[in-house]
Ligand binder design. Sequence first.
Ligand SMILES: Cc1cc2nc3c(=O)[nH]c(=O)nc-3n(C[C@H](O)[C@H](O)[C@H](O)COP(=O)(O)OP(=O)(O)OC[C@H]3O[C@@H](n4cnc5c(N)ncnc54)[C@H](O)[C@@H]3O)c2cc1C
Length: 461
Amino acid sequence: MENKERALDEGIIETAKVDEMTIKQRLINKAANLAKSGLRVVVLEKGNYFVARDYSALEGPSMFELFEAHNLLMTHDGRFRFMAGSAVGGGSVVNWSASLKTPDAIIEEWSVQRGISIFSSEKYKAAMDRVSKRIGVMPRNSSDEHYCGSCSFGCPTGEKRGTDSTWLVDAVNNNAVILTQCNAEKLILADNNAHKRRIRCLGVTASLSNQTRKKLQINAKVTVVACGSLKTPSLLASSGLKNPNIGRGLHIHPILMAWGYFPDKNSDFEGVAHEGEIVTSLHYVNEMDSTTPNITLETPAIGPGTYAALIPWVSGLTKADEENLITGLKQAVRILVAAGAAEVGTYRSDGQRLKCDGKKKEDLEAFLQTVEAPPGFVSMSKYWTHSFTAHQMGCCRMGATEKDGAIDGYGESWEAKDLYVCDASVLPTALGVNPMITIQSTAYCISNKIAELMEKKMKKD
Ligand SMILES: Cc1cc2nc3c(=O)[nH]c(=O)nc-3n(C[C@H](O)[C@H](O)[C@H](O)COP(=O)(O)OP(=O)(O)OC[C@H]3O[C@@H](n4cnc5c(N)ncnc54)[C@H](O)[C@@H]3O)c2cc1C
């Protein structure tokens, strides 16, 4: 029972829980195991491993433990909050489990107009079927009766079939090793003797964020980057890759929300009111395959903290309160300047800031004159809005040529041989529907291709 509950135990090294010697010993043991199998796979994940009994179903701790940047990653203008999972299983641990296949119009656009053949192949359609089967789609990846209401903080009943309880279990059953709290830092790149791909990827360096702070070097025949659209581009660019498509072309599905208040006794609603499920309904405003962009209505679960942060409120601040806020804020800026900051700023949506180098007292005072206490996100002066997005795509897109994309139609970097990208960042555009199935199906095709190539290579060697 215990092992079934912690399905990755066979292959996982949770670095936060073991000391340096134990990590070494376990790696040696694992390496011996790996040697028995044909291909050796090591998965590096900067987050931790959680299973059903670990989830608190509480919003605060869940945001802290399971999300990228504790779920506080915003665009510069404060308009969008980026929600992305960060744990073994990534976004699939916390997502709302709507499981939709890639729309035909998108397949057509990517395969015909953009010339990326992987999407036109029968293999891609078969991959979507295979993915849907593996993660139990109907069309959400948990059972019909499932009704926990907390899946967006990790599923406490263990029913949701996220990557951590499906694909990674398959990987571990095939002798893969997963290292947690392990941050991939730099790809190891070398000259490729003037071949078409000018460099070769030989692996990756990483560091453990556990108490040992150990640096690791993983030498690999093939390296697959799958840090998600927000993090993959920075790993590629900081390793020295130059393709101009890296970090460009981020696509998101922006979300705005409406609320309704239904006092029990006044409700005329006939039928079942769905409360607490992960995604209770999904409705397209336009026909699915029309040329107009898709508008989808969904009802995801939102915790009270997020709700409170988003809901408009009428300020109870008095004029005196406002003035106190401004005085306090100015004082804080003065303290930062006095402490020697190179640049100071407030959290106003326009990124209000002052570069301190060479500035005189009068410059600071002039800046402080502009410091104010702006209205909250959702009370909105004319151009304010607050929105968020849980779907980030693009940024290392596939392209039929090096000019069109950072990676080719099979996921390999146009610049670096043996370096693959295998996450949402490879998608050429936004697809207008929840992307999990598309990401997993694309990853499925890419990984099959890698396995094929490796098999050929091994036979040759
Ligand atoms: C709250 C929420 C609800 C959602 N609801 C749905 C839904 O209902 N249906 C749907 O289809 N999609 C949904 N999504 C979107 C979907 O989950 C994501 O699009 C998908 O998980 C992205 O997959 P990915 O492989 O690109 O990256 P991710 O799943 O984001 O995985 C990237 C992983 O890489 C790790 N990482 C990053 N950098 C490093 C590094 N340097 N070293 C080591 N590890 C690193 C991260 O910790 C993370 O675990 C939702 C997402 C969220 C956040």
